[in-house]
Design a binder for this molecule. Structure first.
Ligand code: CP
Ligand code: NVA
Length: 299
């Protein structure tokens, strides 16, 4: 049976610990030797495409990246038929999609594991790299506070759930109308984690170990950009916000960033910033995840 990764909680707490351990293995077993991996993209990508391709190659596999015009999920043929076809050739299907339901449809018909490479709801591979980055910085998750300032989007949602799974306190500060849905808040709180939501960035970052942000308008929300620029006024992560954080705090951003909008250039380039460690960790975390997945499947 496939082990899909559609959201980060498709992994257990111990599964995440194992992925982090395997991400640090320098000479991994060639678990994808002679195997193909189809990587479908409905949206642009720099980090996800390149980190996944390299992770697959480092495990002996052969990635094939498929651009939106080549397969046409739901246009040329249904998502289910795309998945049935690709799983005839490939040990893995990765998909970056607009609608989360598309990865669910792919998964429902695929004989191979489907990995969500970003949907409107989730970005689990990013969350794995984020946890790896936090682990490398602090050598523990215990007592750690992650404060996310900005839009409660796909990245924030997966990060919040990831924090819940490993016992990190998660706080979010967002403008009115840009928080998690009631259902998502209930789901996150139902994990029994330390979670809070506020309209005040200063309140959210007080004593935090990690300050995290992402763009105010995600891919697919371009037409809302002007409205969001105005609605998010006062939510830029800048130097004076860091004065309120823990003395060892770091800044994180999944990238791409819009300097001067969600984060100032000085914070992005500061000694506190871990954005390039995070970007590199996309590859190590993807490799660790695939190693975990295929070590189990190949047994
Ligand atoms: N962080 C991230 O997913 O980057 P890309 O959109 O460039 O893949
Ligand atoms: N929230 C952003 C993340 C990009 C990696 C988006 O969905 O566009």
């Amino acid at each position: 049976m496939p082990n899909h990764l559609l959201e980060i909680d498709d992994l257990s707490t111990s599964g995440i610990a194992e992925v982090i351990r395997l991400s640090l293995v320098k000479d991994p077993d060639q678990v994808l030797h002679n195997k193909g991996a189809a990587l479908l993209f409905e949206k642009p990508s720099n980090r996800t495409r390149n980190s996944m391709e390299m992770a697959i190659i480092q495990l002996g596999g052969h990635p094939i990246t498929i651009r939106p015009d080549e397969v046409g999920i739901g246009a040329r043929e249904s998502a289910e038929d795309v998945a049935r076809t690709l799983s005839c050739y490939h040990a893995l299907i990765g998909a970056r999609v607009f609608e989360h339901s598309t990865v669910e449809q792919l998964a429902s018909a695929s004989d191979s594991p489907v990995v969500n490479m970003l949907s409107d709801k989730s970005h689990p591979l990013q969350a794995l790299a984020d946890l790896l980055t936090i682990w490398e910085e602090f050598s523990t998750f215990e007592g750690c506070i992650v404060s996310y300032v900005g839009d409660a989007n796909n990245v924030a949602r997966s990060l919040a759930i990831a924090c819940g799974l490993v016992g990190i306190e998660f706080r979010i500060a967002h403008p009115n109308g840009y928080g998690f849905s009631k259902a998502d808040e209930e789901m996150i709180q139902g994990m029994g984690m330390n979670f809070s939501s506020t309209l005040s960035p200063a309140e959210a970052v007080a004593g935090a170990h990690v300050v995290y942000t992402d763009v105010w308008a995600s891919m697919g929300q371009e037409e809302e950009r002007e409205k969001r620029l105005s609605d998010f006024e006062g939510f830029t992560v800048e130097d004076r916000l860091f004065e309120l954080t823990n003395e060892d705090s770091i800044f994180m951003h999944c990238l791409p960033a819009h300097p001067g909008e969600e984060v100032s250039r000085s914070v992005l380039d500061s000694g506190r910033s871990r954005i390039w460690e995070q970007a590199e960790n996309r590859m190590h975390a993807a490799r660790g995840f695939l190693l975990h997945l295929f070590q189990e499947r190949n047994q």
